[in-house]
Unconditional design. Structure first.
Length: 143
């Protein structure tokens, strides 16, 4: 296979799971940013988790998305400042209960619609069985 002028040899990289996962993640995130856009994939995920788990403790949410608690504080603060979430102060640090504010519920609805279209687009080259298999295999790697 002839390479274009200036194109680098890939070497062993295409055989590495981490490399292939990163390249795929970059493609998916680029599509997400261009089509969903209002929040990053991580913050959109946090919003959707709060929607599905109204009243979830901030510390529990941090565990679920694998963020350290100090990072989660900044994320929650920024979502609260934007009027997207509300919190009820808990008695212990990290025990604040989180809820979507009315603006957050409206955004979550828009996000779910856009994310559904985004998912169809990024999985368009996969049939249903391949998509299910990919999700299963990614779950195994993440375990």
């Amino acid at each position: 296979m002839k390479r274009a002028r200036g194109e680098l040899k890939a070497g062993v990289l295409p055989e590495l799971l981490g490399y292939r996962l990163r390249v795929a993640q970059q493609a998916v995130f680029r599509d997400f940013a261009s089509q969903v856009g209002e929040l990053s994939p991580g913050r959109a995920g946090i919003m959707l988790l709060i929607e599905a788990n109204a009243g979830v403790a901030q510390g529990r949410l941090a565990e679920a998305v694998r963020l350290d608690r100090s990072t989660m504080v900044g994320v929650v603060d920024s979502l609260e400042e934007r009027g997207l979430i509300g919190r009820l102060r808990g008695s212990a640090r990290g025990s604040d209960g989180l809820w979507l504010a009315p603006a957050g519920r409206a955004l979550a609805l828009r996000l779910r619609r856009r994310i559904e279209r985004h998912e169809r687009r990024v999985a368009a080259r996969l049939n249903d069985a391949e998509r299910a298999q990919l999700l299963f295999l990614l779950g195994k790697l993440a375990a």
